[in-house]
Write a protein that binds this ligand. Sequence first.
Ligand code: ADP
Ligand code: MG
Length: 627
Amino acid sequence: MIAFVRLLARNRLALAGGIVLSLVILLVLLTPILPLADPDVTDTANRFKPPFSQGALLGTDHLGRDLLSRLLWGTQLSLAVGFAAAIIAATVGAAIGIVAGFYGGRTDNIIMRGVDMLMAFPYILLALAIVAALGPGLFNALIAVAAVNVPFFARNIRGVTVGIAHKEFVDAARLAGMSNTRIILTEVLPNVIPVIIIAMSTTIGWMILETAGLSFLGLGSQPPQADLGSMLGEARSALISNPHTSIVPGVMILIIVMSINLLGDGVRDALDPRLKSGALSRPMAATLVRRAGTPPPPAGRGLLEVRELQTQFHVKDRVYRAVGGVSLHVEKGECLGIIGESGSGKSVTALSVMGLVASPPGVITGGAVRYDGTDLIGAPYRQLRDMRGRNVAYIFQDPLATLHPLYRVGDQLVEAIRSHRPIGKEEGRAKAIELLAAVRIPNPEKRISDYPHEMSGGMRQRVGIAMALANDPDIIIADEPTTALDVTVQAQILALLDDLRRSRGLAIVFITHDFGVVAQLCDRVAVMYAGRIVEEGHTREILETPRHPYTTRLMACVPELGEGKRRLEAIAGLPPVVDKLPAGCAFAERCLKVQEVCRQGDIPLEGTGGRAVRCLFPEAPISEAAE
Ligand code: ADP
Ligand code: MG
């Protein structure tokens, strides 16, 4: 609640609207005790007195009634009717919407078709028809205005309820044996209330205006009772000769409706989680780069060379150091493994290479990524786009997220090919079939017209690989491509990648959390922890003599065949959150060998011959590791 008010107050316009509206409401509440003239007493001798005359601050109307008094009483009435109409419309509309959305099926159909019928009439016409049927009068006008707004609420709330009714927590409540009424009251309603408030705050101004409209036409409040609409209506005949009689209620309507709408927009923005998270602002085409100082010079190793890369997420006033100075390189035809627990910064490292980290909140704050010598960080978007897919291609964990569900896989492959090369449809199709064959999809001529859902998980991941191969890239970055697959399919995919690497001379950066996979595929491996590399070297060396305690513990998590009844050990504790990294070694909290010095100062990544470790007390002695 406090957070909501703070968010609201940050919006200047909403704040101004809120203050003005509060003043109006305060004035209206004080009206009964203010020393005002009776609003309904006529005094024809003093008609049309101008504003600021003796005894009548805002002047008098065509019957000599005090305008200030009528204005305040009228405002009170208009606000009360408007709010009442909004509450009635919201309650009835929300009830209808929740019932329709929750029960669905025929109930939903019948209710919503009725609502559609009401919506088919123009607003004010429908209100007029209702008042005509019920007879003029303020109460009937209130009912009419509420009734014409019910469909709006019903539709909105139904949409939200449909989404909620299929969520897991509702299923869980059902399985726990809760009755439908209780589910609606305890599970659905609390989640719908913000939407109801948003809908109300954005329509209440309209309802006040509509009530005023009906009164203006003489169908709302009846003489001598004043509301803002009827005051305008009565002043109409003197619009030219005595404009102040129209201006007084007119300005008040303007003030009320404007302040309510400004406040309403603010409420909507503050309550809507999508707007709050900034999800509606589109991410930039390439990750934002804010590098301080000059980028580190090239070390001249590898086709792709990452030097001291730093990528952060700036969320409000927090800074998440997802990647804190990572250096990597990969040669042509080589496979480099990056291994680490979930959240260690592997994906962010990989995405930073081609500027694919979403900005905001992602920012690259330091380092260099060189492809064949040219720095890609801060490169113009055109250049990056040109290189994405053609020089460096990605394979992601979930092929369903890569493939569009509504297009045939063949069309998607052809599109990927044609985005970089101007070739004809037929030629594209032939190339797509060739690619599917290359990733060993049986019967590619037929499979090319499958939709993604018609394929198995392993087959979809093969299509994902085929997409990555579409433009003959030199480097493939595979981010946990086999994590979602079962073990036999995983083995096939790994064999396929290994083949491709040997036959095409591909460089592969393979991200995983599984040492078994690294052992099968990678030449070298880098172990990541809390956004930094803690150990790197040739796969065989690291598997035989791991030196960082984290590497040792990570390897102990992998079951080995023929190892008998060794206990699989999970690493106790959790990785540190990267917005509050401890001084010294990030693994210290969970390390069994931790000493006092480990927690003081930065620990460098040290070693020779491509073998390095970031630890003051490595497991194996240097001589043994050097072999
Ligand atoms: P993984 O090694 O599992 O691939 P990631 O690279 O995805 O890990 O994430 C690294 C760190 O970056 C995590 O600690 C995560 O909390 C943080 N992170 C990732 N995306 C965001 C984001 N959009 N906003 C804030 N923090 C993020
Ligand atoms: Mg990841």
